[in-house]
Design a protein around this ligand. Structure first.
Ligand code: DON
Length: 323
């Protein structure tokens, strides 16, 4: 398969949608991002790397970080996580207060904001420093020690994140948040502000296409409590999640990764994936590859317009999807 040629064709065809959608502005710092940016990367399990456009430029991954939170939370507490958060598609906006009220403080799934606030609370309980753990995990997965939080984006969301603070208070009122609201939202806003490129994101999702095993050639076994390589001297592929845990995480991506547009994404693209309001989307073709695309103009559901089109074209042109 000539992925490089296909990515270039995808990029060209998707450019017809430039100008559709809007750059997220409810987080003021995100409104500064140039709307015309477009990057895409695809990395295969056997180590091939393909990219086009602005694939090396870092952007705010926002809700894509919820995939890292879910992996870490499952590693820490396993199935018990689902006593505090559901696993059904929400069919509602990602920041819905109404649904949380209706369902008595149990978020419908881990990928809506309320679900990610609960996962952040779980990480605060089980890891010495949840902010550092998520950052270290993103560095480990991407193989890039330079991945970092964008502190200006985190501060910008902190200054305007009233809906998330309301969600956190609501969770607290229902006994589903064990740490102070301020501490949970501070960690959550930082997690969302992770800044990564398409190349780094695609690489970070590879373990989900590989039954939970990090495929980097220099992988080390991972210490469960620190999430760091346990032994610098070995050269074993690192298992991050069990086969079963990976299946569950990918199932949640497929059914809940795009909020009230999850059906549309499955219908058009046919892959498990996750979007963010920064305009990024990461998706996996199990057993084969992971891909990431970035185009900051998003639709009313919070999903990148050109990004969705690009992934639809990718699975159409390659004939590769999970279906
Ligand atoms: O909490 C928020 O609203 C943002 N930090 C993240 C939302 C998001 O990315 C939804 N995704 N499409």
């Amino acid at each position: 398969m000539n992925y490089q040629h296909i990515l270039e064709q995808v990029s060209q065809e998707a450019s017809a949608l430039a100008g559709e959608g809007n750059v997220a502005s409810y987080i003021p710092e995100l409104a500064k991002v140039p709307p015309e940016r477009f990057g895409m990367a695809l990395v295969t399990l056997d180590g091939q790397v393909f990219s086009t456009g602005d694939a090396s430029e870092r952007f705010s991954v926002q809700s894509i970080s919820k995939v890292f939170l879910l992996a870490l939370a499952i590693r820490q507490v396993g199935e018990k996580l689902f006593e505090r958060v559901g696993k059904e598609p929400s069919g509602n906006p990602f920041n819905s207060l109404v649904q949380l009220e209706y369902e008595h403080g149990i978020p419908r799934n881990p990928f809506i904001n309320a679900g990610a606030l609960v996962m952040t609370d779980v990480l605060l309980e089980h890891l010495p420093d949840a902010k550092a753990a998520v950052l270290d995990f993103a560095r480990l997965l991407s193989g890039s020690s330079e991945v970092d939080y964008d502190y200006a984006v985190a501060a910008s969301e902190r200054a305007t994140g009233f809906t998330n603070i309301a969600l956190a208070n609501f969770l607290k009122a229902h006994g589903n948040l064990h740490h102070p609201v301020e501490q949970v939202v501070d960690a959550y806003f930082h997690h969302c502000s992770l800044s990564m490129s398409c190349l780094e994101l695609a690489r970070s999702f590879l373990f989900l296409a590989n039954h939970g095993i990090l495929p980097h050639p220099t992988s080390q076994p991972i210490n469960q409590s620190t999430n760091q390589p346990a032994n610098q001297s070995t050269n074993q592929p690192a298992r991050l999640l069990s086969v079963s845990q990976t299946k569950r995480l990918n199932a949640v991506m497929l059914t809940c990764g795009f909020y009230d547009e999850a059906g549309e994404f499955a219908f058009r693209v046919g892959l498990p994936g996750k979007s963010g309001v920064g305009g990024g989307i990461a998706a996996i073709m199990p057993g084969h590859w992971a891909a990431a695309v970035w185009s900051p103009e998003i639709n009313r559901f919070g999903n990148s317009v050109r990004g969705m089109k690009a992934l639809e074209l990718l699975t159409t042109l390659t004939g590769e999807s999970i279906f």
